[in-house]
Design a protein around this ligand. Structure first.
Ligand code: CA
Ligand code: CA
Ligand code: CA
Ligand code: CA
Length: 442
């Protein structure tokens, strides 16, 4: 991911790990500390009593100075929420820096599997045992994001992956023997550039999914733009897909991910995006959330609507009716900054879901507790904390911690064990893993 590190700071090498999980455990230990102070000072029997007492006093003094701040930091992440049942963590893969993972039935047995991509290797984990199979290996296919999509319309799920820069999108056709055969790669596009986000959606409402991609670099044929791509008539033979630049150079500042849904209630699905800005972007660009309004003919240029600027590190945004009033709101995160918010229609009033979570660089919006309203989930890689946010149905969210020792770059809400509860799938970036959290139900 060297190229990515240069353009996207995915390495975050300079940022020291914030030990939220460790500090939480320490806060819990505090009442017992005087007993363990001896352990810090060394074997008790070799040290005079006065010295032991002095050391214990110093230790307690230091802790009394440090701990309140540490505990406050931990509380900021956890917020006040009932603990709930724990979500069991399942590890599918360990050992490689992984920035994308998607779910779908990739073996044709009716069960939902997982495909991840890391360091040029694309791996399939077949349910229910999650046996790992490398289905494609090519150094040119270091994907930053991906989607599951039945590209050739033959009823089995294929895979689409995007390389950031130089921009490249390819699709892998599910073969007849998906666990025994290398999946064949075919070109979708190699002219959009700076493809951080991919998303499927039926943009032209013809009943077949299309693909949406960011073209977020300020260089290349379509700088600072967003594109949608239509599957060609014969995708196995076509040289590339039909490409439509719907946001034409009006998405500057390193756009990241995409959201899809009808925002203005005219029946046509619209598209939202976010741009992180910061020192890697052109000066004065980025740090915004915006949506583009689909015109009658989606092959024309779409009208941009700014939702919010001065949003440092903005990365993720999804349209969703958060408060159940029938109007489409947005849930959004500042994945290269801090915090998760929602923006209330029609004036886009900003409400805080979580103010301080560091680098929530992924966002899933779904009804995770099955009570009929839309919840959200993310993982702050700077805080190593995966969380889900429970909606009370009116847009008041409480935070539930899934894990305090996990990074993420990509998150999906999907049922991975067939119990009709949405689980959380995470590609772990610096955690160098692919994991999922099993939804225990209410
Ligand atoms: Ca297929
Ligand atoms: Ca619309
Ligand atoms: Ca809910
Ligand atoms: Ca489940």
């Amino acid at each position: 991911m060297d190229r990515l590190h240069l353009t996207d700071n995915t390495g975050a090498g300079g940022s020291p790990r914030q030990a939220v999980g460790d500090s939480r455990r320490l806060c819990g230990m505090f009442p017992a500390w005087p007993r363990t102070a001896d352990d810090v000072a060394g074997p008790a029997r070799l040290i005079p009593l006065a010295q032991r007492a002095r050391r214990a006093a110093v230790a307690v003094l230091l802790l009394s100075l440090i701990l309140p701040a540490v505990c406050r930091a931990a509380e900021e992440v956890s917020a006040a929420a009932p603990a709930g049942k724990p979500w069991k963590k399942h590890v599918l893969h360990e050992g490689t820096h992984t920035v994308t993972a998607v779910a779908g039935d990739f073996t044709g047995d009716g069960r939902t599997d997982v495909i991840s991509s890391s360091e040029g290797k694309t791996r399939l984990f077949a349910a229910p045992d999650w046996q790992e199979t490398v289905i494609h290996a090519d150094a040119a296919h270091r994907f930053i994001h991906s989607e599951a999509m039945d590209v050739d319309g033959d009823g089995d799920m294929d895979y689409v992956g995007a390389r950031y820069s130089p921009g490249l999108i390819v699709w892998f056709e599910q073969p007849d023997k998906p666990l025994e055969t290398t999946w064949k790669a075919r070109l979708v596009d190699d002219r959009v550039n700076g493809i951080h986000g991919l998303l499927t959606g039926d943009v032209d409402q013809d009943g077949t999914l299309d693909l949406i991609a960011t073209s977020g670099q300020p260089t290349g044929d379509f700088p600072n733009s967003l594109a949608w791509l239509r599957i060609p008539k014969e995708p196995r033979k076509a040289g590339h897909w039909e490409r439509y630049i719907f946001a034409d150079r009006d998405a500057p500042g390193l756009s990241h991910y995409l959201g899809f849904g009808d925002v203005n209630g005219d029946g046509r699905p619209d598209i939202a995006s976010a741009a992180k800005g910061g020192p890697q972007a052109e000066p004065g660009t980025g740090n915004w959330f915006a949506w583009w309004e689909a015109p009658k003919d989606p092959k024309q240029t779409w009208k941009k609507h700014l939702l919010a600027d001065d949003q440092p590190g903005a990365t993720n945004i999804h349209p969703a009716d958060v408060n159940g009033d029938g109007k489409t709101d947005f849930v959004a995160s500042r994945g290269h900054g801090r915090g998760v918010i929602w923006l209330e229609a029609p004036d886009w009033t900003i409400h805080t879901i979580h103010a301080t979570l560091k680098e929530p660089h992924c966002l899933a919006v779904a009804d995770l507790d099955g009570d009929g309203d839309l919840d959200a989930a993310t993982c702050g890689y700077g805080d190593h904390t995966a969380v889900w946010f429970e909606n009370d149905g009116k847009g008041k969210f409480s935070t539930h911690v899934l894990d305090e020792d996990q990074e993420a770059y990509d998150i999906r809400a999907v049922d991975l064990n067939g119990d009709d509860r949405l689980d959380i799938l995470i590609a772990g970036r610096g955690s160098r893993n692919v994991v999922w959290y099993e939804n225990p139900g209410r």
